[in-house]
Ligand binder design. Sequence first.
Ligand code: FCB
Length: 457
Amino acid sequence: MTSYQFPSDFAWGAATAAYQIEGAVTEADRKPSVWDTFSATPGRTLNGDTGAIACDHYHRYKDDVQLMADLGIRHYRFSIAWTRILPDGRGTVNEAGVDFYRRLVDCLLEHGITPHATLFHWDSPQALEDLYGSWRSREMAKDFADYATAVVSRLGDRITHWMTINEIHCFTHIGYGVNQVPPHAPGTVVNRLKDVWQTSHHALLAHGMACQAIRAASPVPCSVALVDNFVPTVPIAESPQHIAAAQQAFHVHTTNGGIIEPALTGAYSTALLDQLGEDAPEIQEGDLKIIHQPLDAFGFNNYFAVYVRAIDQAPGYQFLEFPISYPKLHMPWLFFTPDSTYWGIRHISETLGQPDLPIYITENGCAVEDVLTANNEVIDTDRILFLRHYLRSAHRAIQEGYPLKGYFVWSLLDNFEWAWGYDRRFGINYVDYATQQRLPKASAHWYAECIRQNRVV
Ligand code: FCB
């Protein structure tokens, strides 16, 4: 019998992102990001939803911090909107924009909640998209590093946990690569796969240069992390053959070998580069050194995995399709794969050879079809089932000695779920968008109890 007890210093948190919750998109001289433009373009988001108001968190941050404090949440991951700090993406710093985050962070600290700030969660300045096509240009890396300096030199006295970039795959490969439904901003499809890989390469450079900028600008020692949603490969059974197959397959699944791998090891996967051939990005001399900065932590956004088995023919592994009736939450991609937590952590340590790199689950959660009952309750036992099993898998990783240090549930609030607008609810707190009232769901009470007992309940 295990009681799923976590170490006494385990960090229990909740996560959000600026464009998904803040609203107030023109306040204090903020200018548009690509998500303002994209969501205002007819046909781009479900029901034409935009983040113009979202959860109105910009005006209600005090209530939202109180809500966290009431649930016992001690760590909060949020993101800073580039265009509040630098409305044109570069140039003069907008101090009024910085002040919002000063107020927010001070409020968190007063409530004993540690701030973890992500510098970029997809809201590229529209001005830089217009100027040079944002991530299509190497210029973007330099501008991002300057933005990092502007933020950290002003807020580094009160924020010591920094995350550079959230999920490079999404805003590059799904932003420029495919006209998928629903797509991601900016929704500009480039001509060649090579050009798509170039956008993620530029984002990696931006990450590396920002790491240097953060360390140079911070007035006190701080922690610097990258946040990524690499896809864990889960062996169909834990036998030596299937485990070896899952490790081999890890490098070539989607962008694993071209994003997390160069960031953590300083080299793109050779197996991936072989597969890409002429589609591989152009890598200039010195780039990999910039990209491969020492990290204090790694943020793993954990939602789903892919199953792999060993086979007799080359290449020795096979990716397995999900069968039709495989359990899924309320997103087309959100397969219930709790083993992804354990295997994701183990792959970072073992497959990528980083056994000492502290890991945080920086996002984990699910959309379900929440229903508000006549008694004004949301009884989301489906979400509790999901979270409980992923947390048990996290516990297994810790028990086996892997360095998992904390967990942030996605999300604190229902919010603007990108191209799905307000149609998909990921919060542990329900948001009534007409009144902006927040209501803790059953999962919020369950999560509070996990935190209180420091174990999976
Ligand atoms: C992640 C994003 C986050 C949210 C969740 C559901 O990919 O980082 O903003 O949309 O998915």
